[in-house]
Design a protein around this ligand. Structure first.
Ligand code: FEO
Length: 388
């Protein structure tokens, strides 16, 4: 598919895989994007996942026929983009791989390829004839070898996973922010969320580069909606949220669930934007998404074996692992004889740097019998000054 005078799209849609990285659901599929820059020399930018070798090579041949591909640019070595390197080398034996030093041992390790590799550094360029490519190192977005490739003649950035989203591509692979926005936040939260600081460094390095389009490895090519996409990525990587409450709970016999629903109803009645998630029934990725959307996280867990209920503990661990900043935190939960989950949740959240805004709302046995003071608890989580 021709994108511009020089750029062709040769990626594939994956509508078969249920779980990305074998853990994140793909209700709308996912695309593994790859591009050709066709000048006197031809450069292929990244490849695709292992299951798509035949389709991928066919896509390339549909664009360039029997011409050779001269260069394979490896921006990122995670196997959803690198699994076809050895196949591409078999199809084009003279192809030169162009990448940075950190990717070289990964290419050998994942693909068994260690010859005819050109190692480039920050700011180096590669001539393709009338045009050329420039390489920018963006480590830890979200692997150590990640880099981006800039094509100045058409003001195009091949950004790797950055600015990517879940969702297979349909008829048009250009723009679609309204459609893909939530899946971009979910992708970011799950895959890149831990690396906000290095994403910010990358954005700083790219500032000032003239851009007409971003070609990510997942999701559409961003052109007219570029500003919205970069702005969202900037906000997410600064851990900036909007005012609102994400309630996450786990429940064994419905008592902590009753409390969660009462807190949710009270928030809604006060006009506070609010999301309610059952940590047992829902996939973690949809919960992480709303943690990155709202500035307040409220978690509910019964005390189980003197600990946090496992499904809730898992989500809290995932939030802490993503080094979520500038969030407020409160907790609640049922206990039968000795409490402990609220104290433990507060402790873990506090250690991770979240601001504890309430001592919590533990209650004994049944929510309906104990009748904890939900209004006061919601006062403490919704009555606050804006975060600095
Ligand atoms: Fe889409 Fe980090 O691979």
């Amino acid at each position: 598919m021709k994108l511009t005078e020089f750029i062709r799209y040769v990626g594939v849609n994956d509508n078969r895989r249920l779980l990305f990285e074998n853990q994140w659901p793909l209700p709308y599929g996912v695309a593994y994007n790859s591009y050709l820059v066709v000048d006197e020399k031809i450069a292929l930018i990244d490849t695709a996942a292992a299951a798509f070798g035949e389709e991928f090579l066919r896509n390339i041949r549909e664009e360039i026929g029997d011409k050779k591909v001269d260069y394979l640019i490896v921006n990122h070595m995670e196997p959803d983009h690198s699994a076809l390197i050895s196949l591409v080398r078999s199809a084009y034996p003279d192809i030169e791989i162009v990448t940075n030093a950190k990717a070289v041992p990964m290419i050998a390790g994942f693909q068994g390829v260690d010859a005819n590799i050109r190692v480039i550094k920050e700011g180096e360029s590669l001539s393709l004839g009338k045009t050329g490519l420039v390489f920018r190192m963006t480590p830890m977005v979200h692997w150590p070898e990640t880099m981006m490739t800039y094509f100045p003649e058409e003001k195009t950035l091949f950004s790797g996973d950055a600015f990517g989203c879940f969702g297979a591509l349909e008829d048009s692979n250009i723009d679609g922010f309204a459609k893909y926005r939530d899946e971009m936040v979910r992708y970011y939260s799950c895959i890149v969320g831990k690396y906000g600081q290095t994403v910010q460094s990358a954005l700083g390095k790219l500032a000032g580069i003239p851009l007409d389009r971003i070609c990510s490895t997942h999701g559409p090519v961003w052109e007219s909606e570029l500003g919205q996409v970069v702005s969202l990525y900037d906000r997410l990587s600064r851990y900036e949220t909007r005012r609102g409450v994400c309630i996450v709970y786990g429940s064994m016999y419905g008592n902590t669930a009753d409390a969660a629903k009462a807190i949710y109803d009270e928030c809604v009645s006060r006009g506070v934007p609010c999301a309610l998630h059952d940590a047992v029934a829902e996939d973690a990725s949809f919960i992480y998404k709303d943690v990155f959307e709202y500035d307040t996280l409220v978690m509910g867990s019964p005390t189980y074996n003197n600990d946090i209920f496992p499904a809730v503990r898992n989500i809290l661990h995932g939030v802490c692992a993503r080094m979520v900043k500038a969030h407020r935190f409160a907790s609640f939960g049922s206990f039968s004889w000795a409490g402990g989950s609220v104290k433990l949740m507060n402790q873990k959240a506090s250690e991770a740097g979240l601001e504890i805004v309430s001592d919590g709302m533990p209650f004994k046995c049944s929510f309906k019998t104990a009748m904890p003071d939900v209004k006061s608890f919601v006062d403490s989580i919704t009555h606050y000054k804006p975060l600095a």
